[in-house]
Design a binder for this molecule. Structure first.
Ligand code: NAD
Length: 482
């Protein structure tokens, strides 16, 4: 037994179960979770077969009637109680998340705290009826009604939070849910599914683990009314194609290649460098909304790039379970190889690398923070979503030019503008093609604020009443006068 496995003993379920129709299920077919900091096996988990998948869908379908007939007021405390279940085991969730995902404990604390916050805040939301004045009609009332069975498919970077972003509004609106976490990081979600059976009626929430084929089954199944998906743009397109068969509703939160623009007027270069560093490298840059291209005005390019390199040298990279670690490993070998290939391309293309550049080969999926000095806009490290700690620093001289370069991208997820001239920053923000633009900050989310991508970064909205409404159909009842 290795150290990570020993840590699991006695704290977490020794065998993480699938949850189907309120039952905890084990299967013979097993998948393995690798601790990315050590490359050792952390735990195994049951993989759902087609048979278990069909059973979960049938249970969700059966549970939909009674669950959807509860009032919002009756469902609200049950959704909120899910937050209590996580809070009671908060420290254990944080440790487990770090072990399976690789992120430092502080990052895991942020994610688990976010799950608790979201479940409580979403539970308090409500979609009011609306009435309309129509000539000849005594009463016209529109209300939101649930869709049916929702399939939720999540990636490996924020596994539990992105599941909660879907589970909370879907359940609150009266749907039943079948969740499929990434095969790289299923443990926290499976454990949450197990705990949730304490408060939810049978079949209302099932969690199934398995490979990509399980996601495909969810998107194809005629009894699934909606798919809420977070992942890559390539997979998102497949989800939408497959969902078209029975006109499933889809919410797609996809990839990003977010620009950050630093305006000429800035106050404290060192303090700014620290903020920009974390805008780009939080969660080891495995963040859909990480700053992935940083445009710096030529008048401050030299001092700011130097300050970024100096700050990067102070950041502690290591096993996320060590309390002083600030950046962990990449989450999985596939991602490690993808980012390593990007670095190889940068080196062989003769790009100027200010720090980092070569992946660690001594165990664990570690890649050093890499800053690339003013590469051409056409280089791979600018065009591709690295989803790892590689940041191109790009020099610009003119505002119109930098806006055009920032927008010359198929993605439109988020962006940020940095500078002490607030009016100028806001004017630039309004011209950026992105679903969210942060000014002098990054990565601020709220259950009350709509989040969604433009262009190839997605379809639809998560969070806020707009996101909640995406788990409903609108029904209008009209009664004539007389
Ligand atoms: P991915 O697309 O490879 O996988 C996401 C999920 O889809 C996994 O659970 C996977 O098993 C499943 N899947 C794979 N093939 C499928 C298919 N044909 N049908 C249905 N499901 C299928 O993405 P990933 O590598 O896990 O995550 C990284 C990507 O996610 C990045 O591009 C990142 O930008 C994006 N992301 C976006 C957001 C956002 O909110 N916009 C948030 C986090 C991550």
């Amino acid at each position: 037994m290795n150290k990570a496995q020993a840590e699991l003993e006695g704290v977490f379920p020794t065998r993480f179960p699938l949850t189907i129709d309120g039952e905890l299920i084990q299967t013979l077919d097993r998948g393995q979770v690798i601790n990315p900091a050590t490359e050792s096996v952390l735990a195994d988990y049951p993989k759902a077969s087609k048979h278990e998948f069909e059973a979960a869908i049938a249970a969700a379908k059966k549970a939909f009637g009674p669950w959807s007939r509860l009032t919002w007021g009756e469902r609200q405390p049950l959704v909120s109680a899910l937050a209590d279940l996580i809070e009671e085991r908060r420290e254990d969730f944080i440790r487990l998340l770090t072990l399976e995902q690789g992120k430092p404990l502080a990052g895991a604390e942020w994610e688990i705290g976010g799950c608790i916050h979201w479940l409580r805040e979403v539970a308090a939301q409500q979609l009011p009826e609306s009435t309309h004045e129509v000539p000849g009609q005594k009463s016209v009332v529109s209300r939101h009604v649930p869709l049916g069975v929702v399939g939720a498919i999540t990636p490996w970077n924020f596994p539990l939070l992105l599941a909660v972003w879907k589970i909370a509004p879907a359940l609150l609106a009266g749907n039943t849910v079948v969740v499929k976490p990434s095969p790289y990081t299923p443990l926290c979600t499976l454990w949450f599914g197990e705990l949730a059976q304490q408060v939810l009626p049978r079949g209302v929430l099932s969690v199934l683990a398995g490979g990509d084929e399980l996601g495909q089954w969810l998107t194809e199944h005629p009894s699934v009314a909606k798919v809420a998906f977070t992942g890559s743009t390539a997979t998102g397109r497949r989800v939408m194609q497959s969902a078209a068969n029975n006109l499933k509703r889809v919410t797609l939160e996809l990839g990003g290649n977010d620009p950050g623009i630093v305006l000429p007027e800035v106050e404290n270069i060192e303090a700014l460098a620290e903020k920009l560093f974390w805008a780009a490298f939080q969660n080891n840059a495995q963040f859909c909304v990480a700053t992935k291209r940083l445009y710096i005005h030529e008048s401050i390019y030299e001092p700011l790039s130097k300050a970024l390199v100096a700050y990067a040298a102070t950041v502690k990279v290591g096993n996320g379970s060590n309390p002083d670690t600030q950046l962990g490993p990449l989450q999985n070998r596939m991602q490690y190889e993808k980012v390593s290939d990007l670095l190889l391309d940068a080196r062989t293309s003769g790009l100027s690398i200010l720090c980092g550049g070569k992946p660690n080969t001594a165990g664990g999926y570690f890649v050093p923070v890499t800053l690339i000095d003013n590469p051409p806009d056409t280089s791979r490290c600018v065009v591709e979503e690295a989803f790892g700690p590689v940041l191109p620093l790009l020099k610009y001289s003119d505002i119109d030019e930098v806006i055009a370069r920032a927008n010359a991208c198929e993605y439109g997820l988020a962006a940020s503008v940095w500078g002490s001239n607030s009016e100028q920053a806001q004017a630039v923000a309004q011209r950026l093609e992105a679903g969210t633009v942060w000014i002098n900050q990054a990565h601020i989310f709220s259950p009350q604020v709509p989040f969604g991508g433009h262009k190839q970064s997605g379809l639809g909205i998560e969070n806020a009443l707009e996101g909640l409404a995406e788990y409903t159909n609108v029904q209008t009842v009209m009664i004539p006068e007389g």
